[in-house]
Ligand binder design. Sequence first.
Ligand code: DX5
Ligand code: ZN
Length: 221
Amino acid sequence: MTQVAIAPSLLSADFSRIAEQIAEVDEAGAEYLHLDVMDGRFVPNITWGPKIIGDLRHLSAKTFDCHLMIVEPERYVGDFRKAGADIITFHYEATPHAQRLLTHIRSLGAKAGISLCPQTPVAMLQDIIDDCDLVLIMSVNPGFGGQKFIPRSLEKLREARALIDARNPSCILEVDGGVGEENLRDVVEAGARAIVMGSSIFGSGSPGETTRRMRSLAAGV
Ligand code: DX5
Ligand code: ZN
């Protein structure tokens, strides 16, 4: 039985019923709530900031998995930590000093995550893998929910799995974008242990039931 965390992405949730939607996936056993922060600069879309995350914090005790798709993430990680983020993941492509930022996030008491866009090779993590608590492989170009999974991402997951196993086995390997029932097994087999799912969970009509099904499918791999 494989230990896999399911991370429903609130990007695809209905915010007019957010308390109810969070309760559904929480009660269904989702380990993380994935919160996509977008600034309209690093990615061509805008979502929410620390205020909203702080308000949502009261609705669930699950791990708040904050995915920052913003330029100059070093300016804001303190605010996201104060708002209640448990994992803070920034983009390798968004800052010149990734190692410093990973260390800083850890010093705030959060897990430090780094994410790679589809064009960034896993090899870029070679010299900073010791400082990572989580590696997030983007399997779509960040910015929007509901996009198609980029097949090459499976090879990137295998490469990241090998690097993590060799150098920092407690580091979590996460995948984000275009994952649903049809390719869940593939990403788990490739080494992912935290699976972000937005449209496949919240677009399903029954987020709770879908979360339960995904959890049992992932555990069975
Ligand atoms: C995209 C976000 C994802 C998004 C995934 O930039 O980082 O977390 O919610 O959505 P799906 O699962 O629909 O591809
Ligand atoms: Zn995300």
